[in-house]
Write a protein of this length. Structure first.
Length: 308
């Protein structure tokens, strides 16, 4: 009887332990699946128009991924890097310089790179049906300005974006240094929040020039309708020699491989889905391709030179 009793107790304990283990595994899995996928991107303007589109974009991703999604806006280029590094964001639609910084911290892995329409460098109009993996930075000035070259910017005021912006700071600063002008010491740098604010500052004469991305006059012309014709009132002083890789669709390196593949498939099919085109217009993306890490590696020299 004693042997039977001990055996029964042992059997009961094993059953309880097994049950506890099964319950724990189930709860962990459920918690992982129920946790919202947090997506973040850097807005190109701060007028609230991009924030209004985050909910439809979140709803679109929720439908395609079959899980809860939260879409948030980064306040600037550095905060999205910090958010990825702290694990607060799972998926970042990251400007190239921000991605390189996050990658160097082991906080981001590029699944895809975005595609953009290419621009005619003479007219700055989009080339119909074109698609490119990179873009350039521009230095713009007023059309009636007597500034004719980078050398003429010495002693002038320049509007820039964050020092973490490739076209809005890094590439123009690095190439000006190559030309023998250090914008941080030879010019007055005025940091603003977004490109429309840069353009406004140039138009109003508050600054003499601004660093923007290629095609900025075309992209933001509608915001100035009724007040300014950006193609008549502004001119492109300089186009960077270096090509800047497009945005990265990046995830935490620790993300489940199955979820990574799901995300990749959703983005790769976006340009074939009418419901996704409004979301893609947030960043002027025309599609997505497999990420080429070597393209982002070319930015390291520019980042280093601009920071000197």
């Amino acid at each position: 009887m004693k042997k039977i009793f001990v055996s029964a107790v042992l059997s009961l304990c094993m059953a309880l332990l097994g049950g506890c283990g099964a319950t724990g595994t189930k709860e962990t899995s459920s918690t992982s699946e129920d946790k919202p996928l947090v997506v973040q991107f850097v807005p190109t303007n701060n007028d609230g128009s991009m924030e209004a589109k985050t909910k439809p974009f979140a709803a679109y991703l929720e439908e395609k991924l079959g899980r809860k999604v939260e879409v948030t806006l980064a306040t600037d280029y550095s905060t999205i890097v910090e958010a990825m590094a702290s694990g607060k964001v799972d998926l970042g639609i990251m400007p190239p310089a921000a991605y390189v910084q996050a990658k160097n911290q082991g906080a981001a892995k590029a699944l895809l790179s975005s595609k953009l329409v290419d621009y005619d460098q003479e007219t700055e109009m989009p080339i119909e049906g074109s698609s490119t993996n990179s873009f350039k930075g521009e230095v713009i000035v007023r059309a009636d300005s007597n500034i004719q070259s980078l050398a003429d910017l010495k002693g002038k005021k320049i509007a820039t974006l964050s020092p973490n912006s490739a076209s809005g700071y890094i590439y123009p600063v690095a190439e000006m240094k190559d030309a023998g002008i250090n914008p941080t010491t030879d010019c007055t740098i005025v940091t603003v929040n977004d490109i429309p604010s840069e353009i406004t500052a140039v138009l109003n004469g508050q600054v003499d020039a601004a660093f923007v991305f290629e095609g900025a006059r075309y992209v933001f012309q509608k915001k100035f309708e009724g007040t300014n014709d950006l193609f008549k009132d502004l001119k492109v002083l300089y186009l960077t020699k270096g090509d800047i890789p497009n945005d990265a669709i990046a995830v935490l390196p620790t993300m489940d491989e199955k979820l990574q593949q799901q995300i990749k498939e959703v983005f790769l099919n976006m340009n074939q889905d009418e419901a996704a085109k409004d979301a893609m217009s947030l960043w002027n993306h025309t599609g997505y391709v497999e990420a080429d890490e070597k393209a982002y590696d070319t930015m390291s020299n520019y980042i280093e030179k601009a920071a000197q």
